[in-house]
Write a protein that binds this ligand. Sequence first.
Ligand SMILES: *Cc1c(COP(=O)(O)O)cnc(C)c1O
Length: 384
Amino acid sequence: MDPLSWLEQRKADGLLRKLHPLQRQVGQPLAAVHSAAPLIDFSSNDYLALSHHPRVIESGVRYLKQYGAGAGAARLMSGDCDYHHELERAIAGYKGKASALLFGNGYMANSGMIPALVGRHDVIFSDRLNHASIVDGCKLSGATVVRFRHNDTEHLQELLQARRGTGRALIVVESLYSMDGDRAPLVAIVRLKKMFDCVLLVDEAHATGLFGQTGSGLVEEEGVTDDVELVMGTFGKGLGSYGAYVAADQVWIDYLLNRARSFIYSTALPPGVIGASLGALQVIREEPWLADRLKEKTRTFITCLSEQGFQLHSDSQIVPLMIGASDVAMGMAGALQDRGFHVTAVRPPTVPEHTARLRFSVTLHHTDDDLRRLAEAVGAVHSR
Ligand SMILES: *Cc1c(COP(=O)(O)O)cnc(C)c1O
């Protein structure tokens, strides 16, 4: 199809995506470019507000000044620097694993790692709501992909019984789902993975920094660290920086650094980003109450919404409000924007057909007053 008619069709279906630049400056309210009106951002993944934390910024600046703007090459060429190893040691320790490997970002980690782990004669069992980077990694691998109903371990067990085969088998799940804010039943999944001799990859993109005793994630909170071979996550969400990692035993790391093409053929992460990520890990270690404060804020928000007649539940800082039709969700997001709230309407194909929703993500950028005012605005906009 030619691009113009494709775009017109997309627009007619209410599914056209567009960019909307924002002015996001430290210490200043968010604003849309071309508009002076301040906006409160309820769609960022900067859950702990670490992207603006003075010590995270300071650490990034220090590394930038000391080591320069870029690493200059891929790690396996001459781009492998001491600061990469410093961050890999830090994240491995944080995750309770022997070793870790950095990737450019989470998309590259999943899309490069999965094809390295399984191939044509193998099978992947993938949760139906897994992130696009996992879906693409599965496709690239050439393995048979078996999708199980979201968080349904009975369905997973049936499929394992029917389709496990004799090759390698990989189970891939997220620990906290990005669009629904619900958690994977990790203990039950670990039991199945052992029963059927599979390798387990858990994506902690939205859980890193927020759950468990040390804040490392839900793998830690559920006590399954030793049973999950590969724990991946990003530095770009709760940790406020950029980049991604996988933490695992040394043999997995050695294997991936030899086989994951998105690691091998891409320039190493730059020093400023590494410095910021190291700063974020240090802040989380020294200020463990940040994650508790976020949980309190989420409870406050759920209470405010219930006062508006919305009985919502969430296991996490991600609070979805199901709407259904894409155009209705878009209309509500627009009306909230007019009232000073930046909220994303999540639509197909990011989520299944007819499940368009508003996705509120609570962060430490929000005051309790912000949360109350948003809940009131949702009430006003919804009943119109
Ligand atoms: C955001 C996300 C990714 C991609 O991470 P980036 O660092 O943004 O590329 C991967 N997996 C999940 C579950 C995500 O939510």
